[in-house]
Ligand binder design. Structure first.
Ligand code: PGA
Length: 252
């Protein structure tokens, strides 16, 4: 079932998303969270930290898996997603870091690291709620537009557009790694719930294509139309601009 929630602005999106995540944790204190990086979830992480500092939410038994990591960056590298998670969430909450899992970008054999990550995902079981952002090209995690949907964790070549989009976090474009380890689409679809966040007008076009256009690996997020679990899409007015014009009846 797909539920679309359109809110006024990014702040409201962050607050609502944090509420949805915290309900899952309260219901199941040792929930397995599927976490994501990028700029979209930063505000939601801030709200979760606030809930924790207010004594409303504990992550003591929570476990987490992240979607992806750049190849070549060690976990303590400032641009790595491991460092992003530490700085944006883990360092400020009571989660046991031994229960947080992210592919190792510094593994000498990235293919073997994909295999190891899949075995770990098998052991951990189904994700209770998978958080997702959406790339301008429709990618989810680092599953770029392709001729087929990926199943398991894979070593991916980042497209020029993704490298360009992510260069804003690096000193220059040539410092952006060209490869990443990414959880496959098949793995994402196994989660019990998916929470997709989108903010800003820049996402309006791709969000409409992904949720209402043809289901095709050229728009990886479009597979979510076939997802069997609960899909909750929370976005702001600018991100929902095209959907509002074309499918206003679908908005919750
Ligand atoms: P963003 O990235 O949140 O930085 O826009 C989303 C994504 O690429 O998945």
């Amino acid at each position: 079932m797909m539920k679309l929630i359109c809110l006024k602005n990014e702040r409201e999106v962050s607050i609502r998303a944090a509420e949805i995540m915290s309900e899952v944790i309260k219901e199941r204190p040792n929930a397995l969270l599927g976490l994501a990086t990028g700029s979209t979830p930063v505000g939601m992480y801030r709200e979760l930290i606030k809930k924790h500092l207010d004594g409303e939410l504990s992550f003591k038994e929570v476990r987490s898996v992240n979607l992806d990591e750049y190849v070549g960056l060690a976990p303590d590298h400032i641009q790595s997603y491991a460092d992003f998670m530490a700085k944006n969430l883990f360092d400020y909450i009571d989660i046991n870091k031994e229960n947080t899992f992210i592919p190792n970008g510094a593994a000498t054999d990235p293919e073997a690291e994909c295999e190891r990550y899949d075995r770990l995902l098998d052991r951990l079981g189904r994700v209770d709620i998978q958080l997702l952002g959406i790339g301008h090209n429709g990618h989810i995690a680092f599953n770029e537009p392709d001729v087929c949907f990926t199943k398991d964790t894979t070593l991916v070549n980042l497209t020029d557009s993704t490298v360009k989009a992510n260069s804003r976090f690096f000193a220059s474009e040539d410092q952006v790694p060209k490869e990443a380890i990414s959880m496959g689409i098949g793995r994402i679809l196994r989660s019990k719930r998916v929470l997709l966040l989108a903010t800003g007008e820049g996402k309006a076009d791709i969000l409409e294509k992904a949720l209402f256009g043809s289901v095709t690996p050229e728009v990886p997020a479009s597979i979510l139309q076939f997802y069997q679990g609960d899909l909750i899409v929370v976005g702001d007015e600018p991100a929902f601009k095209i959907i509002k014009q074309k499918h206003s009846e679908a908005i919750f």
